[in-house]
Design a protein around this ligand. Structure first.
Ligand SMILES: [Zn+2]
Length: 395
C-alpha cells in the first residue's frame, strides 16, 4: 500500500530547516562584502592621492611606502576572505546542499515507502535534537546528532550562539547581544524589532544605577537620541532616572530599575533570533505532537473514570501537552467492543445483556458457541442465554 504524503503540510514545518543555513550564509556574504568595500575604498583613496602627488613633487620614498601600504591591504584582505571561507563559508554551502537533498526525498515521486520511513525517522531524530537544544540539554543534543550522523541537519551552532548571548545577558552584559544586533541590523529593521533600543536603554539604566550621571547623559546623546522618532516617550521617562536613585519608590522609575528587566531582554533576544531564522517559538517536536494529539483528544481523556490505556492523550504526560490543543471533532463516534477491540457497526451489531452491558455480536456469538448458548459478561460475571440479548441501535 502506498503512502499518501501531505508534502505541502510537511514542508510547512521544514521552513526553518532550510532557512537557518541560508541566514548564516547571508551573514558570511555580508561580512565578506563589508571587508572588500572597506579595503578597496582605502586603496582607491591611496591611489588617487598618489596620482595627484605625482603631478607635483615626486618623492620616490613616499611613493614606495604608499604602494607597499596598498599591497599590504590587498594581502590582508585576501587572508581575511580565505579565513572566512574556510571557517564558515564552505561548511555552510555543504550544509545547505545536504539539507536540500534531505528535503528532496519527500518531494520525489519515486521515493518508496521504506525510504519514506527512513526519512521520517531521521526527521524525528532532528526534532529531538531541536528539543534538546532549546531546553538546555546541549550534551544530549550533540550525542544524538553524532550517533545518528545528522550533524549537518541540526542547528547546534545557532543554538550555541543563542546560549552565548543569553548567558551574557543573564550576567547583565549587553555587549554580545548588541554585537549580534549590529550584525543583523537590516534584518531586524525589517521585522521592526526594538531589541536594540531595549538593550541601549538597559545600558543607560545601569549607568544611572551606578549614579554615573555624566556618562548617562553622554550615552543618551550617542545611543538613545537616534530612536526619538519611535521611542520619544520612553526616552523622556528614562531621563527621569537622572533624578531618581535606584532605591526610589516611585512606580515608573522603580520599574525601570527592576532587575527582572534582564529576563525580559533574554526573552526579546530569543524572539528576535527565532523570528530571523523562521524558527517557531516552541520545539518542532511539540508542534507535531500537538497535531497528532488534537486528532485524538476527547473530553473523556481528562475524566479519571473514563481514561483508556490505549489512548495517548489519556497518558498523564502527553495529556499535559494536549491541554492547550482543541479536542477532536467526531461527527460520528465509533464504538469499540471491549472484548475483541473491533468497531461495532451494522455488520457487527452492538448487543446489550439484560444487565445493561454492551458487547459486539461477533464476540458474544463466539462465546455462546463455546458455552452451549450461554454468554457471560466479563465485567460483572453475569450469565444469560444468547436469546436474552437485545440489539442496540445507535441514533
Ligand atoms: Zn483519551
Amino acid at each position: 500500500m502506498a503512502f499518501t504524503k501531505n508534502v505541502e503540510g510537511m514542508m510547512l514545518l521544514e521552513q526553518p530547516f532550510a532557512r537557518v543555513p541560508y541566514e548564516n550564509y547571508r551573514k558570511v556574504f555580508r561580512t565578506q562584502q563589508k571587508n572588500i568595500e572597506k579595503e578597496i575604498g582605502a586603496i582607491q583613496t591611496a591611489a588617487s592621492d598618489l596620482a595627484k602627488n605625482a603631478q607635483g613633487s615626486l618623492n620616490p620614498q613616499g611613493t614606495l611606502k604608499s604602494i607597499d601600504g596598498m599591497i599590504g591591504r590587498v594581502e590582508s584582505l585576501k587572508r581575511k576572505l580565505s579565513d572566512l571561507e574556510q571557517s564558515a563559508g564552505r561548511p555552510t554551502q555543504d550544509v545547505m546542499r545536504e539539507r536540500y537533498q534531505h528535503l528532496a526525498v519527500i518531494e520525489s515521486p519515486t521515493t518508496s515507502d521504506a525510504e519514506y520511513s527512513q526519512w521520517a525517522e531521521k526527521r524525528l531524530d532532528r526534532w529531538i535534537v531541536d528539543w534538546a537544544l532549546r531546553t538546555g540539554k546541549e550534551k544530549t543534543a550533540r550525542i544524538i546528532a553524532q550517533q545518528k550522523d545528522i550533524e549537518t541537519l541540526v542547528d547546534i551552532d545557532l543554538f550555541m550562539d543563542i546560549h552565548r548571548v543569553e548567558h551574557a545577558l543573564a550576567h547583565q552584559s549587553c555587549t554580545e547581544a548588541l554585537a549580534w544586533c549590529s550584525e543583523n541590523k537590516t534584518a531586524l529593521r525589517k521585522i521592526k524589532s526594538t531589541l536594540e533600543f531595549e538593550l541601549r536603554l538597559q545600558e543607560y539604566i545601569e549607568l544611572c544605577r551606578a549614579r554615573r550621571k555624566e556618562d548617562a547623559i553622554a550615552y543618551t546623546k550617542k545611543h538613545l537620541v537616534t530612536w526619538q522618532e519611535t521611542h520619544l516617550a520612553q526616552i523622556r521617562q528614562a531621563l527621569g532616572l537622572l533624578a531618581f536613585p535606584p532605591a526610589t519608590t516611585c512606580g515608573p522609575y522603580k520599574r525601570l530599575y527592576d532587575p527582572s528587566r534582564w529576563d525580559v531582554l533574554v526573552q526579546s533576544f530569543r524572539t528576535a533570533i527565532y523570528t530571523l531564522n523562521t524558527l517557531p517559538s516552541e520545539p518542532l517536536l511539540n508542534l507535531s505532537m500537538y497535531a497528532g494529539l488534537s486528532a485524538l483528544k476527547l473530553p473523556a481523556c481528562y475524566d479519571e473514570h473514563m481514561k483508556s490505556v490505549d489512548c495517548p492523550v489519556c497518558d498523564p504526560a502527553l495529556g499535559q501537552l494536549a491541554k492547550e490543543v482543541p479536542a477532536s471533532h467526531h461527527v460520528n463516534s465509533s464504538i469499540v467492543c471491549s472484548i475483541t477491540g473491533k468497531i461495532m457497526d451494522e455488520d457487527n451489531m452492538p448487543m446489550a445483556l439484560p444487565n445493561g452491558y454492551v458487547y459486539s455480536k461477533e464476540a458474544l456469538q463466539e462465546m455462546a458457541a463455546k458455552n452451549d448458548g450461554q454468554v457471560t459478561c466479563p465485567r460483572t460475571g453475569y450469565t444469560c442465554d444468547f436469546s436474552d440479548l437485545r440489539k442496540v441501535f445507535i441514533s
